[in-house]
Structure formats: structure tokens, C-alpha cells
Ligand binder design. Structure first.
Ligand code: NAD
Ligand code: UDP
Length: 333
């Protein structure tokens, strides 16, 4: 199959492109490299034994990729490109709506004009907001609590409306829980610019001595050890979910949302201990105040993903920590 992957040089995109190439799909990556290293596509080609075509272009600027899109004539689009930092979105919501919503609309218009009707969109569990119940199934109300989450929900709603108007559209909104880890080769992984926002890259930095101490945001939540519980999913399992979703768009029509998680939750302190044991390093930490906007527990009910796509996560916490650590050690050494 011929697949356009926007944001294919990024963290989740690069792992997914690796699996697509290995599965025999032809890939056109569209990425502006705003949050990706230049050498990622070469690393991906090294892992897959085949190359993707790479176009440096911005999804908000149609003239920068319309011709390449038309020439490539994709069967499907997997749409990762976007901005993802919650605090940044709160500080500059218009930029988040411009890129995440405006960029998606521009891309969908181009798909519409080129008869491309198969789409997999990177949504997020953040669309659910503060959960009323856990595990969270897809029927849970969506009430995102910040502009980043709202931008994701807006795109989901745009895709749903598009599907109502065009019954040839087959689209899946994948709601990711907490992606972590790296390719087992340690050649690609998560390499955030500046201070990491997320727990796992921060822990990795502390283990490597790049940062001194972890700050644990609150230990007074209603969880077994008082720290926040999340559903962490290995990025290779997540990449595999995209392969399954791509296949589903070939046999289903309409628009659906599917959770991508493991259904298992770990607290911040459990993550610290697992990483200490994977790395053999100690992770000093201080408990500080809760981070505004954080919820106590977020946990997926992944049953629908299994029923619809025949997909479920296979990798556990040990593999997540092992692979994140191997990638971190390989970086800057
Ligand atoms: P990432 O930043 O590593 O990847 C995004 C890629 O998109 C980057 O390569 C970046 O250069 C590119 N990009 C950004 N703006 C662009 C633009 N205007 N035009 C073209 N390319 C552009 O992020 P990721 O973690 O791989 O996330 C991928 C998608 O998954 C995002 O849409 C994100 O919102 C979503 N998501 C991520 C997480 C997570 O925790 N990582 C969780 C839920 C959902
Ligand atoms: N967390 C933390 N210290 C950090 C980063 C995160 O204690 O430096 C906690 C956070 O409060 C949450 C969990 O780790 O309970 C996961 O946070 P992350 O930002 O990785 O994901 P999200 O909040 O999006 O679920």
C-alpha cells in the first residue's frame, strides 16, 4: 500500500514508518522537522532495509506538499504531525489550533481532492479529560481540560463530520495513552528538546546524570502509593497498532475511535523502581506539589481495539524501561 505519514520523523511516527516499510508498504513522510532530528529517516531506513521518501514540508502550507501528495497518490494517510506540549498549548492556544486543527483541515482537503479516503489520526486519551470511571472505554464522555486536548477532540469531530458527509471515508481516531520506550535497536527513540515534560524521558535523564533529581508531582492522590497512575504503552506496540488500524481502514468504512493502551496502570514510584532496576542506576527524587491539571488515574479499556483490529499490547514494563534506557545511553555518547 502507498501511505503518506505526516510527522513520520517524530517519536511515534519513526517507529511506525519502520514497521510499515518492513511490512512492504511504500511511505512518503511529510515532516517539517520542527521536533525531529535530521538523521531519523536514515536511521529508519537502516532498520527497515528500505527507504521512505522524505518531503520537508509544513502541513499548514498546502502548496508545500500538494504536488508531492498528488504524484505519490497514496491509498491512505497516517497523520501524526502536530504540536503536543500541554503547557505550551495553554500559553499559546492559537498556535496549537493553527497547527493541530488548521493543519489537519488543510491535509484533509488535499485528501478529499485526491480521492484518498483512508485515514488514521493520532488522537490522545487526553480527550477524555478527568475520568469519571476507570478503565476508560471509548463511550466515556470527552471533556478535555486544556487547549491541546481540545485541539485533538476538534479534529476527531471534523473527521466524524467528514465521514457523515462521505460514506467512502474509512477513518480511525487512535486515542493513545502514555507512549514510552524505544526501538529495541536503540537507534530511534524519544529525544525531546530541552527539559522533558513527560515522566519517562525525565527519569531517563536523571538515570544518565543529565538531570539531578526527579520531581514527583504529588503523593496524596487516591492511589495505592499516592502518586499518579498511568497506562504506559511501549512505542513498538503503539506502532503495531497503526499497522492494524491501516488494515482496518481497508475492510471497514465510517469513522471510529479506539483506545490504544495496555489496560495496566503503574504509579510514578513504580516507574522509578522499574527504571532503577533496568538501568542499575538510582533515581533520586523529591515529592513536590501536584502539577495543575493532572488526574489521579488514567487507564485504558483496550477491549475495543482488540475486537476491532485484532490488536493488543504485548510488551510490559520491563521492556519499556530496558529500551528507553538503551536509547538514552546511546544518545550523546
Ligand atoms: P513528535 O513531536 O515526536 O512528532 C511529531 C512530528 O510532527 C515531528 O517530527 C514534528 O517535526 C512534526 N511536525 C510538527 N508540526 C508539523 C507541521 N506543521 N508540519 C509538518 N510536520 C510537523 O510527537 P509524537 O510523540 O511522535 O506524537 C505524534 C502524534 O501523537 C502527535 O499528534 C501527538 O499529539 C500525538 N500523541 C502523542 C502522545 C505522546 O505522549 N507522545 C500521546 C498522545 C498523542
Ligand atoms: N510526573 C512526575 N514528574 C515529572 C513528570 C511527570 O511526577 O517530572 C507524573 C505526572 O504527574 C503523572 C505521570 O508522571 O502522574 C505521567 O506524566 P506524563 O507527563 O508523562 O504524562 P501525562 O500527564 O500526559 O499522563
Amino acid at each position: 500500500m502507498r501511505v503518506v505519514v505526516t510527522g513520520g520523523a517524530g517519536y511515534i511516527g519513526s517507529h511506525t514508518v519502520t514497521l510499515f516499510l518492513q511490512a512492504g508498504h511504500d511511505v512518503l513522510i511529510i515532516d517539517n522537522f520542527a521536533n525531529a532530528a535530521e538523521d531519523v529517516p536514515d536511521r529508519v531506513a537502516g532498520l527497515a532495509g528500505r527507504e521512505a521518501i522524505v518531503l520537508r514540508a509544513d502541513i499548514t502550507q498546502p502548496e508545500s506538499y500538494l504536488k508531492a501528495f498528488e504524484d505519490f497518490a497514496p491509498d491512505a494517510v497516517v497523520h501524526f504531525a502536530g504540536l503536543k506540549a500541554v503547557a505550551e498549548a495553554v500559553a499559546d492556544p492559537l498556535e496549537y489550533y493553527r497547527v493541530n486543527v488548521g493543519g489537519s483541515l488543510t491535509l484533509f482537503r488535499i485528501m478529499q481532492g485526491t480521492e484518498c479516503r483512508r485515514l488514521v489520526f493520532s488522537s490522545s486519551a487526553t480527550v477524555y479529560g478527568d475520568p469519571e470511571r476507570v478503565p476508560i472505554d471509548e463511550g466515556h464522555p470527552c471533556r478535555p481540560t486544556n487547549p491541546y486536548g481540545r485541539s485533538k477532540l476538534m479534529v476527531e469531530e471534523i473527521v466524524e463530520d467528514w465521514g457523515r458527509s462521505d460514506d467512502s471515508l474509512a477513518a480511525i481516531n487512535l486515542r493513545y495513552f502514555n507512549p514510552v520506550g524505544a526501538h529495541p535497536s536503540a537507534r530511534i527513540g524519544e529525544a525531546p528538546n530541552g527539559v522533558p515534560n513527560n515522566l519517562m524521558p525525565y527519569i531517563s535523564d536523571v538515570a544518565q546524570g543529565r538531570r539531578e533529581r526527579l520531581q514527583v508531582f504529588g503523593d496524596d492522590y487516591g492511589t495505592p502509593d499516592g502518586t499518579g497512575v498511568r497506562d504506559y504503552i511501549h512505542v513498538m506496540d503503539l506502532a503495531d497498532a497503526h499497522l492494524a488500524a491501516l488494515e482496518l481502514t481497508g475492510r471497514a468504512s465510517g469513522v471510529e475511535a479506539l483506545n490504544v493502551g495496555t489496560g495496566e496502570g503503574y504509579s510514578v514510584l513504580e516507574m522509578v523502581r522499574a527504571f532503577e532496576s533496568a538501568s542499575g542506576r538510582s533515581i533520586p527524587y523529591d515529592v513536590v506539589a501536584r502539577r495543575p491539571g493532572d488526574v489521579a488515574i488514567s487507564l485504558a479499556d483496550p477491549a475495543m481495539a482488540e475486537a476491532r483490529m485484532g490488536w493488543k499490547a504485548n510488551l510490559g514494563l520491563d521492556e519499556m524501561c530496558r529500551d528507553a534506557w538503551a536509547f538514552t545511553r546511546g544518545r550523546n555518547t
